[in-house]
Design a protein around this ligand. Sequence first.
Ligand SMILES: [Zn+2]
Length: 303
Amino acid sequence: MRWGDFRRSDNVEDRTGADPGGGSPRGGGMRLGGGALVVIVIASLIFGVNPLEMIGALESGGPVAPPETRPQAAPGYGPQNTPAPGQTHAAPAAKDPAKDFAAAVLGDTEDVWKAVFQAMGTRYEPPRLVLFSDRTKSACGRASAATGPFYCSADRELYLDTAFFGELSRRFGAPGDFAQAYVIAHEVGHHVQNLTGTMAKVDRQMQQLDARGRNALSVRLELQADCYAGIWGYFAQRRNKLEVGDLEEGFRAAAAVGDDAIQKQAQGYVVPESFTHGSAEQRLKWFRTGLESGDMRRCNTFG
Ligand SMILES: [Zn+2]
């Protein structure tokens, strides 16, 4: 992906290396035992809407995964970034490459969605992106490396532990900068759903439903975020920002984080009723729909 000349967003807050607890008492947010935390690793790696929803998923019996060790460091983020095994940066650059990459992708999503909203006669209010390492706090609860990337509608912020990019590459076999950009664009997709009121509407509907019904709605919400991520990709492609292999990277990432793919990897079998994000095939299909049409109206996953 040619992201070198993307406008850098001012809406990135770098909390990496910050004191996550702030000395406040441990409490509130996510209170989970060791066993549950193991499940959270999986639930969250499929890009949870917020940690509270993940806890809901746990109650309905989520997949069980072997404990994970945290990756040492994320791979590089250079414009020709295809991390080779064992490849590391020799010395830290003056500018943190992970932060620069996140600011570039976020900045580009701002430009794209600003134009799309303008065309609809409304104004796009960009979200903030919080980069953290290990753990931090959000209005939706405590975020940890195990939480994975997520969007919190209450504070309109995207939370991203930059080590996740390494995880995406190593654990899910989906390396590459466009795959990483897809992750950010997907979370921005949730912000778009928040602005359009879809998220609130779905939240209200969920309150009337049992676990199975809630999961089904959650899948539709996630697939729409994938479609919206595709819309950003459509405009990136139109401005000639994609390179050979980028689309494949994105497709691989969308499929790798399908519920079936993750369940199969984690437990060896698939439980479709427990899906909260959609199958690999569905995620791929909706990401492609956005990518090929560039049209929000085509992203009606609720229809
Ligand atoms: Zn999501």
